[in-house]
Design a protein around this ligand. Structure first.
Ligand code: PMP
Length: 319
């Protein structure tokens, strides 16, 4: 893992360490007030044997946004990229081979490690990155998922939903447990008026209309997914599709031909059924993957894996 400390108003030079143990003061900002945020990205092997990252500069920038909202010092983009490169090089034996569907998951995070006095931001911070090989996110590959509309909010207070802060994930743990106990893979979270579709606990939604337009919910309280932003561009530039980012009502679900989730881990995962309070909504036959979701998946993974040429700056080669 990589570690850097922020003390006296600046980050130190950073170093690679072997130990996964973290020692902090018990009144640290992270322990008392959940002052922490993180990112998630993957290193994987391309068709021609390179080890690469997909748009890691976007993760660096999103981490800065999260830090701003939590009154934490942000970690500079160049330093972030350098830390990830060092980590991947040190762990290159753990990067799974091309074609396995597996990758090396990378988790950079920042937390208030110094003591706090009163309800105030911490005085010292720690940036760390660890990694672990992971298989595909949803077991069973491209089998359409069954989702349910949750009675809970995904995120902590209003105005924090767009950041990747630990507090938002703490709020969705119980709701995720309820969905799993009821036999569903994931929750569909609604906005606070329970009218508009937000996202799931770990991915954004995409929908395909009957005339082939790609629609994704616009909301200030969802995590702005890097995969989704990329996918909208891919749909336009590679597949010449119409795309719309707009508020999407729960009542519109029945009009869509296909549905899916997108995210670093989920890539593009088809959704077969969504359980709502007014009954189940099924996309296609509910058990096979729709043609547009298949095409989007093939194109995005083709770009990521080096089978198709990528837009400039999208593929960051480490090895
Ligand atoms: N929403 C949430 C709540 C997430 O945790 C994630 C995973 N980072 C996403 C969406 C997808 O974002 P990305 O495509 O950047 O991984």
């Amino acid at each position: 893992r990589y570690v850097s400390y922020w003390k006296n108003g600046q980050w130190d030079d950073g170093q690679m360490v072997n130990d996964s143990t973290v020692t902090i003061n018990e009144s640290a900002g992270v322990l008392q007030y959940a002052q922490t945020c993180f990112e998630g990205l993957k290193a994987y092997t391309t068709e021609d044997g390179r080890v690469v990252l997909f748009r890691p500069d976007m993760n660096a920038r999103r981490l800065m946004d999260s830090c701003d909202r939590l009154l934490m010092p942000s970690f500079p983009v160049e330093r972030f990229l350098d830390a990830i490169d060092k980590l991947v090089i040190a762990n290159q034996d753990y990067v799974p081979p091309y074609g396995s569907g597996a990758s090396l998951y990378i988790r950079p995070y920042i937390f208030g490690s110094g003591p706090i006095l009163g309800v105030a931001p911490a005085s010292e911070y720690t940036f760390r990155v660890f990694c672990s090989p992971v298989g595909p996110y949803f077991k069973g590959g491209m089998k359409p998922l069954r989702l349910m509309v949750s009675n809970f909010d995904r995120a902590a207070p209003r105005g924090s939903g767009h950041i990747k802060g630990g507090l938002n994930y703490a709020m969705s743990l119980y709701a995720g447990h309820v969905a799993h106990e009821a036999g569903y893979s994931e929750n569909l979270y609604l906005d606070s008026t329970r009218t508009y579709i937000e996202e799931t606990g770990g991915a954004n939604f995409i929908f395909v209309t009957k005339d082939g337009t790609l629609v994704t919910p616009k909301s200030p309280t969802i995590l702005p997914s890097i995969t989704r932003r990329s996918l909208m561009q891919v749909a336009k530039d590679y597949l010449h599709m119409e795309t719309e980012e707009r508020p999407v009502k729960l009542t519109e679900l029945k009009n869509f031909a296909e549905a899916g989730l997108c995210g670093t881990a989920a890539v593009i995962s088809p959704v077969g059924t969504i359980h709502t309070h007014d009954g189940d909504i099924t996309f296609g036959d509910g058990i096979s993957v729709g043609p547009v979701v298949t095409k989007l998946y093939d194109t995005l993974t083709g770009i990521q894996m080096g089978r198709l040429s990528a837009p400039g700056g999208w593929i960051h080669q480490v090895i």
